[in-house]
Design a protein around this ligand. Structure first.
Ligand code: SF4
Length: 268
């Protein structure tokens, strides 16, 4: 990037600690055990009632519940294999991807029982999700990649309206919007600055990207990744040197690397 832009790696104040994938992994294993026990409990409770209607109904319910639990278990195996770096068959990767999105709400509840901070779980979820997306080695054309960033990345005092059109930014260097605009122009990918989840969903619906690179806080990234699922999305946590939702920043190197990883022809 041009020297006129902020120095690479600058803006680490407010940076978040590196998340650990194993936290989310441990929570979804516990969630799987709970789901298995609940499934068994449901089957046991409904057994007699169903058996009085038909001999086959308990078998059908048992078969369906077992199939769901086995699919989730295969997903967990896929996550473990991918995280440990073993070559993971795509069927396991697909199940792993669905499993983390399916079990996320349960993992949060399990985390509450163990008094684990929600943001830590969200960071770990994002790390696991990013890892799985990268393992799938998805490549898209530049015009099919969307970089989404929240409005709070804009310098609070800036008068330019960039949520309708990011190119209204004058690239003055006072915030990262100019850097992002410069970067996305260089690679020919889409950039949208959005005021919230509703606008983000609208942009995704309009542009119909094949992959999304989202910059946001823990809460917005986790909900965003689940919202756009099964669209592949890489999440990059923003930096909040002045607290949440005000003059936030992002590591441009990370954004550039993620763009390169997604592009079929990454050369500028
Ligand atoms: S870089 Fe763009 S958005 Fe940021 S303060 Fe300057 S003109 Fe405004």
């Amino acid at each position: 990037m041009s020297a006129k832009y902020w120095a690479k790696g600058e803006g680490v104040m407010g940076a978040v600690p590196r998340p650990r994938k194993r936290l989310f992994l441990a929570l979804i294993v516990v969630s799987l055990l709970l789901a298995t026990l609940s499934g068994y409990g449901l089957w046991k409770v409904s057994f007699l009632g169903l058996a009085t209607i038909s001999y086959f109904l308990p078998l059908i319910l048992g078969g369906l519940l077992a199939a769901v639990i086995l699919a989730i278990a295969a997903g967990v195996v896929g996550i473990v294999m991918a995280i440990l770096g073993f070559p993971t068959p795509s069927v396991f990767l697909g199940l792993a991807w669905s499993t983390i999105n399916l079990l996320f709400p349960l993992a949060i509840q399990v985390g509450k029982i163990f008094d684990i901070e929600k943001e830590r779980i969200e960071r770990s979820f994002i790390e696991v999700s990013n890892h799985l997306v990268r393992q799938k080695r998805i490549r898209v054309k530049a015009e099919r990649l969307l970089v989404l960033t929240p409005h709070c990345i804009q310098q609070e005092s800036c008068p330019h309206k960039i949520t309708r059109d990011a190119s209204n930014c004058r690239e003055c260097g006072k915030c990262r919007v100019g850097d992002l605009l410069h970067l996305t122009r260089e690679y020919g990918v889409n950039l949208a600055v959005v005021t919230g989840g509703t606008l983000a969903r609208k942009v995704v619906k309009t542009l119909k990207p094949h992959a999304v690179l989202a910059i946001a806080c823990e809460r917005d990234l986790t909900s965003g990744i689940q919202d756009v699922f099964p669209l592949p999305a890489i999440g990059i946590l923003n930096e909040r040197p002045e607290g949440p939702c005000c003059n936030t920043s992002v590591d441009i190197d990370k954004v550039e690397k993620a763009i390169q990883d997604f592009l079929a022809e990454p050369k500028k």
